[in-house]
Design a protein around this ligand. Structure first.
Ligand code: ATP
Ligand code: SF4
Ligand code: MG
Length: 330
């Protein structure tokens, strides 16, 4: 359908080294609707960045592989794209703000030159037109004194300013999809709020569809329309944002919510999910959360992977507790 700008179908991604192969993204399917913000949350190492890098087709060459699946952007499968087609797509139709704002700019080049780069390649701008557009982009991301910043090097800027420059570059060609991988994690709270406000505005004004990756539930609640919870490379819960916060179903999602600082009652210690995320080489054969789940109730929890049960609306949960609640959708 036309309003589905990105459809990821049964995507699995592996990493291999001398110790063997792990599946970091395991049979993941989801849809990004045009003009919507989709949040992806989950603890460190659950496969969020790997999923993002697969969409950009920027996985590290020799050690990673797309084992199966399709990534349909406007109905074209990016997995089958040739490198030249991908170069044309990246930064132009699909752009990414990377996880690390302090290192994702080239220290050797001035800010202006770096913001101009995608405009030169994809929009073929030159001369005054190019410079004017770069300065306009710096203004859009609320950089004060953009003419001066244009002449500066990354080391002259604070973390918040650098992340704004990254966002300006990502937005330069008005991409249809923006993937923001933890764009505010390394920043202080005030700057974080400003960046979130900026992304929300861009989504509203320019209708850019956004995939927003974070491990901060409060950030998801603030900016996203829909959310996917990942654990051990799989989606374990997926729903509209209000439904997820009103009615979290998966024991892992509930654990994440209970361990948010805002949930702590005065004087009581904050609750946490017991145990550690198992390593990918040691994933349980049944439900990936079974080694930490306080609601584990049957043999199948340990032996059989639960599928994502659709329990109505857009709400899906990968947990045997909800098998009987599954609704049939045509
Ligand atoms: N370059 C790599 N080489 C080998 N294995 C990797 C590489 N990148 C990721 N992995 C594997 O994939 C798993 C998922 O990593 P990924 O970076 O996608 O997690 P994440 O959810 O983005 O974590 P974080 O919240 O810390 O950014 C890791 O636990 C690791 O086992
Ligand atoms: S399937 Fe079982 S172990 Fe897994 S989350 Fe549900 S109740 Fe817990
Ligand atoms: Mg990551």
């Amino acid at each position: 359908m036309e309003d589905k700008i990105l459809m990821v179908k049964n995507l699995s991604v592996s990493f291999s080294d001398d110790n063997g192969k792990i599946i970091a993204v395991d049979d993941v399917s989801f849809t990004l609707e045009k003009g919507k913000i989709l949040g992806i949350i989950g603890e460190s190492g659950c496969g969020k960045s790997t999923l993002a890098l697969s969409i950009m087709q920027l996985l590290p060459g020799k050690i990673s592989k797309i084992e199966q699946g399709a990534i349909l952007f406007n109905k074209n499968d990016l997995v089958k794209f040739k490198e030249a087609e991908l170069e044309n797509l990246r930064g132009n139709d699909v752009a990414m703000i990377f996880q690390e704002p302090m290192t994702s700019l080239n220290p050797l080049f001035k800010i202006g030159r770096q913001v101009e780069e995608p405009l030169k390649i994809h929009k073929h701008l030159r001369g005054k037109q190019l410079k004017d557009k770069a300065i306009e982009l710096l203004k859009i991301v609320r950089i004060t004194n953009p003419e001066k910043v244009y002449e500066l090097y990354p080391h002259n800027l604070s973390g918040g300013m650098r992340q704004r420059v990254n966002i300006a570059m990502a937005l330069s060609c008005e991409p249809e999809i923006l993937i923001a991988d933890e764009p505010t994690t390394a920043l202080d709270v005030t700057i974080q709020a400003q960046i979130l406000f900026l992304l929300k505005n861009l989504n509203k004004e320019v209708k850019t569809s956004i995939i927003f990756i974070t491990h901060d539930l409060s950030v998801v609640a603030e900016v996203c329309d829909e959310v996917m919870v990942m654990y051990g490379g799989k989606i374990v819960e997926q729903s509209d944002i209000f439904e997820l916060f009103d009615n979290p179903k998966h024991p892992y999602t509930r654990g994440l919510m209970d361990s948010q600082p805002s949930k702590g009652e005065c004087g009581k210690p904050l609750s946490s999910i017991k145990g550690m995320v198992p390593s990918f080489s040691n994933m349980p054969s049944g439900c990936s959360f079974s080694t930490r789940c306080s609601e584990k109730f049957c043999e199948r929890c340990s032996n059989e992977k639960p599928q994502l049960f659709n329990i109505g609306g857009n709400h899906k949960v990968a947990c045997w507790l909800y098998e009987k609640e599954e609704v049939n959708i045509e």
